[in-house]
Design a protein around this ligand. Structure first.
Ligand SMILES: Nc1ncnc2c1ncn2[C@@H]1O[C@H](COP(=O)(O)OP(=O)(O)O)[C@@H](O)[C@H]1O
Ligand SMILES: [Mg+2]
Length: 234
């Protein structure tokens, strides 16, 4: 991926609306990719990408297969190192911070549902890792499963779910700990993705009309701001 050029669309939401269930998020979640580079062997698979993503906004990276979208997401999440440039969140360079300390929600392309854990325990996983107490885990998992309309599926395992349901489990797991940033690799379609985020956002801001408008504005592409590269890598 190279030469990504953001297309601006005016958006009216303020970062403070990221406050979740009465708890303000610790950061705002504005992301800057500042001339980032990723090399595998001699090849620059991400070549000097610069993008500003404001807090609280949907943003899509578009590009053909092999253009470096997943690699870029992995660098933002911290699962791939950055070979040049810097990644900043709210102005702070996090290029060398571990994925755990970044604390972003991540929906992997293959969903990465733990096969030996049921739906409830998959969604509870990030909360257990943060040593949240059992009562709050039950409440928060119920809340997240409600957002993705999987309340009745908590005892199921991945093999007993459709692809869309698995993706919704992955979304619930990515938002259950109220991250400031959620990254999604090739979400299936806006119809699956937007409703849980819309309801999540309503919970955050308590202002349904504002969010209904946002949902209408962002359907079907979901992303009011988009970075696209115009040429395939090779
Ligand atoms: N771990 C890796 N080792 C070597 N090459 C890789 C690795 N991961 C990705 N690549 C290469 O980097 C390029 C970008 O891949 P990727 O980010 O997965 O693209 P996209 O998600 O846009 O389809 C591809 O040419 C791919 O083969
Ligand atoms: Mg990919």
């Amino acid at each position: 991926m190279s030469g990504a050029a953001p297309l601006e669309t005016p958006v009216k939401r303020s970062p403070s609306e990221m406050a979740v269930q009465g708890k303000p998020a610790t950061g705002k979640g504005a992301i800057t990719l500042d001339h980032i580079v990723k090399r595998y062997a001699e090849e620059r698979v991400v070549d000097d990408v610069t993008v500003d993503i404001r807090a609280g906004k949907f943003f899509s990276l578009l590009g053909p297969s092999g253009s470096g979208k997943t690699t870029t997401l992995m660098m933002i999440a911290g699962f791939a190192s950055v070979d040049g440039g810097a990644i900043r969140v709210d102005g702070v360079d996090i290029s060398n911070v571990s994925p755990q300390r970044r604390g972003f929600g991540m929906v992997f392309q293959n969903y990465a549902i733990f096969p030996h854990l049921n739906v409830f325990e998959n969604v509870a996983f990030p909360l257990r890792a943060r040593r949240i107490d059992e009562r709050e885990i039950k409440e928060r998992v119920a809340w997240a499963l409600g957002l993705v309309r999987l309340e009745r599926f908590s005892d199921r395992y991945a093999r007993q779910l459709s692809g869309g349901q698995q993706q919704r489990v992955a979304i619930a797991r990515a938002i259950v700990f109220h991250p400031t940033v959620v990254l999604m690799d090739e979400p299936l379609d806006a119809a699956e993705i937007a409703p849980p985020f819309l309801r999540h956002a309503e919970t955050c801001s308590g202002d349904r009309s504002r969010w209904l408008k946002l949902a209408v504005d962002t359907m079907p592409s979901l992303a009011p701001r988009t970075a696209a590269r115009s040429q395939p890598t090779r």
